[in-house]
Design a binder for this molecule. Structure first.
Ligand SMILES: [Zn+2]
Ligand SMILES: [Zn+2]
Length: 276
C-alpha cells in the first residue's frame, strides 16, 4: 500500500539572510521536488549589524518576492515565516507581525557590548564562554536555557528552533556532559513550558547536514521526553541551500518513530500526518 505524505519544510534560509540561493531558486527546486509546503524562515532583523541576519530594508523585498513567487509556482504553498532571534533584553519583535509564523531561536549570547552569536564556530563558542561567562560552560548553558524559557513564555513563537543548539560543537569538541542530571532537568523545564504554551518542537537536521553530528536537534532523550509529554513535532532541514530542502529528513523520521511518535505536525496549516 502506498501512503502519500505531504512533503514540507518550514525552516529555509535564502540569500536574504545567510542562505546560498535566491528565493526563486529555492522555490523552483521545491516545485521540482514536489514539495507542497515550503516555509521560508530567514534570520530576522536584529538591532545591531551582523553578517547573517536580514537587513531592515530587505523585509519588504522578502515579502514582495514571496508574493510574486506564489503566482509563478502555484503547486507550492509558500509561507512567509521568519526565524526570530530571541535575545533577552535586546531584541524587540516590532516586525514580527509581518510574518505567517515564527521559529523562535536563541543564537546570541549576551556580552559586554553587542550580542555575539555562539554557534558560528567552536572557537567562537569557546571565546564567548571564556570572556563573558567566567570560562564556565555551565553558566553559559544556564543563560541559554533561561533565554529559551523567556522566549517560550513570551508566546510570540510557533515553533521552537533547534532546542538544544548549545550542543552544536559538543561532538567535534566536547565541552559538557549531555547526560548530566542537572542538564537534563533544565531541558525538561523548557519542554514543560513548551507543552504549557502549546508550541511545536522541530526536529532539525541542520547539524547533520553540516557534518557536526549524527542525530538531529534535539537529542534523542529529549525527543523521547517530548513524546511522553505529547508535544507535537515537525521535521525541518534548516536548509541554507536550494539542494538541501529535505536533507536528512529520513534520519529525523527514524528518530521520531523510535521515540514513539506516530505523527508529525505541520503547525502553520494545522495538520497532522503519518510519519511513514
Ligand atoms: Zn537557527
Ligand atoms: Zn535556521
Amino acid at each position: 500500500m502506498v501512503i502519500l505524505i505531504m512533503l514540507y519544510n518550514l525552516h529555509t534560509h535564502s540569500n536574504l539572510s545567510d542562505g546560498r540561493n535566491s528565493l526563486e531558486q529555492i522555490v523552483e527546486t521545491a516545485a521540482n521536488e514536489n514539495i507542497e509546503i515550503l516555509g521560508i524562515s530567514d534570520h530576522s532583523t536584529v538591532p545591531f549589524p551582523t553578517e547573517w541576519n536580514m537587513k531592515d530594508e530587505n523585509v519588504e523585498v522578502y515579502l514582495k518576492e514571496i508574493e510574486r513567487l506564489r503566482e509563478i509556482y502555484p503547486s507550492v504553498k509558500i509561507l512567509a515565516g521568519i526565524e526570530g532571534d530571541f535575545i533577552p533584553g535586546v531584541q524587540n519583535f516590532s516586525q514580527m507581525s509581518d510574518f505567517e509564523y515564527i521559529i523562535g531561536s536563541v543564537h546570541y549570547a549576551l556580552t559586554d557590548g553587542e550580542p555575539e552569536s555562539f554557534d558560528s564556530s567552536p572557537d567562537a563558542f569557546d571565546k564567548i564562554v571564556k570572556n563573558f561567562y567566567n570560562n564556565d560552560v555551565q553558566k553559559f548553558i544556564k543563560y541559554y536555557y533561561d533565554a529559551l524559557l523567556q522566549m517560550v513564555d513570551s508566546c510570540r513563537f510557533d515553533i521552537v528552533g533547534h532546542l538544544d543548539l548549545v550542543k552544536k560543537f559538543n561532538t567535534v569538541r566536547p565541552s559538557f556532559d549531555e547526560q548530566a542530571k542537572a542538564y537534563k532537568s533544565k531541558v525538561y523545564e523548557v519542554l514543560e513550558l513548551i507543552k504549557e504554551c502549546s508550541l511545536t518542537v522541530e526536529l532539525n537536521t541542520g547539524g547533520i547536514t553540516r557534518n557536526l553530528m549524527k542525530d538531529p536537534y534535539p537529542s534523542f532523550d529529549f525527543i523521547k521526553l517530548a513524546r511522553q509529554m505529547d508535544i507535537p513535532i515537525c521535521i525541518n532541514s534548516d536548509s541554507h541551500a536550494a539542494n538541501t530542502l529535505l536533507k536528512n529528513r529520513e534520519i529525523a523520521v527514524e528518530a521520531a518513530l523510535s521515540a514513539g511518535y506516530k505523527y508529525e505536525y505541520i503547525p502553520v496549516i494545522d495538520k497532522f500526518q503519518d510519519l511513514k
